[in-house]
Design a protein. Structure first.
Length: 355
């Protein structure tokens, strides 16, 4: 672990049970995150990761970064993406450690080349590669990482966690911690069920679920943030910003073989998320009874499975580059800038927690 981290406080490990699901007490009480954190949800996150892998044809990094050394993942969840990238680039850590061997007394080696941040200390999967490190932090607070540090920041599925008035500063933080020429990539599902054939009306359960989800999160989060990724990146100062919309079927209804395969794989994820994402916000924010929530979820699942509706969630993907040269500075230089910036706005008064 590096000198910016402390052991995880047990406060982060406390859970509360709501409608038979476990939630992180700290996240719920501080309005950070309203989805469960139990084994069922970890399993769902793994399904979701597999679906993303199918959509992106197993590409974990979208921008042109041939040999990334330091990667940050915001919202690491089950840890599947961070582990996949750490396995793809095992030489990161080796190169990193070699580069500081001479001056290790002045610049202690960083523990990992891939760092995953989440508000919840999810169990770290066994046999994780040595060059991945999972840390606990609230991404709604200013980043404690040094400036000009990472080659890539991956922000995936953060719309349910970032406060609605935090997005501009969140993007500025990402820009700051990237080295000049470094890249940010963002992936968000817009949880507003769509159909292009006119069969899905506002009275259908999938649409009622979508509107209820957005309404219940509205006071705290911006469920429409996925629609704004391109403008958020551009306004923060990123260049070469590219955005793409991918309709992802909720089940295997498509006649296109590839889309059918993705939809069929996504069905398990969708069935779980329709319940998981609704349980807390629908009951607490909309005063719905557990019976009404389960009934709505059951109807929404049935419609998601019905090929007549051709229902999908829009997925937004956006990449952008930090202006400046993409040449790596030496490891020592990045640490010198870190030490000299202490006491400034981004000092280390708040420590990240390591697992």
């Amino acid at each position: 672990s590096d000198h910016q981290t402390v052991p995880v406080d047990n406060t982060y490990r406390e859970v509360m049970v709501h409608n038979n699901r476990e939630f992180q007490r700290f996240a719920v009480e501080n309005s950070i995150y309203f989805a469960p954190v139990d084994e069922d949800e970890v399993e769902r996150l793994v399904y979701q990761h597999q679906v993303f892998n199918m959509i992106f044809e197993n590409r974990s990094i979208f921008p042109p970064i041939p040999r990334p050394r330091r990667i940050l993942e915001c919202g690491s969840g089950s840890g599947a993406w961070a582990i996949q990238v750490a396995e793809e680039f095992p030489e990161c850590e080796e190169r990193l450690l070699k580069s500081v061997a001479v001056s290790s007394k002045l610049f202690p080696p960083i523990a990992a080349s891939v760092i995953g941040i989440d508000i919840n200390p999810y169990p770290v999967p066994e046999h994780s590669p040595p060059n991945v490190d999972f840390q606990v932090d609230d991404l709604n607070s200013p980043s404690t990482f040094p400036s000009n540090y990472f080659d890539l920041v991956n922000s995936r599925m953060m719309a349910g966690g970032i406060h609605r008035n935090r997005w501009a500063n969140y993007m500025s933080d990402i820009l700051r911690v990237l080295r000049p020429g470094g890249w940010c990539q963002m992936v968000e599902i817009y949880f507003n069920a769509q159909s292009d054939n006119g069969t899905l009306t506002e009275n259908h359960a999938l649409r009622v679920w979508s509107q209820s989800y957005m309404q219940s999160l509205q006071p705290y989060k911006d469920p429409r943030a996925p629609l704004r990724l391109q403008s958020l990146m551009t306004q923060a100062g990123f260049v070469e910003v590219e955005s793409r919309l991918i309709p992802v079927p909720l089940s295997g209804w498509s006649t296109d073989p590839r889309e059918h395969q993705i939809g069929a794989a996504n069905r398990a994820n969708v069935h779980r998320l329709l319940s998981a994402l609704a349980i807390y916000p629908f009951s607490q924010g909309l005063n719905m009874s557990n019976t009404d929530i389960q009934l709505l979820v059951a109807q929404a699942r049935s419609e998601a499975d019905n090929p007549a509706f051709k229902a999908y969630f829009p997925v937004y993907v956006c990449i952008g580059r930090k202006p400046g040269s993409s040449k790596h500075r030496s490891h020592g230089e990045s640490h010198r800038s870190h030490h000299s910036s202490k006491g400034g706005r981004h000092g280390d008064s708040r420590k990240r927690a390591r697992h």
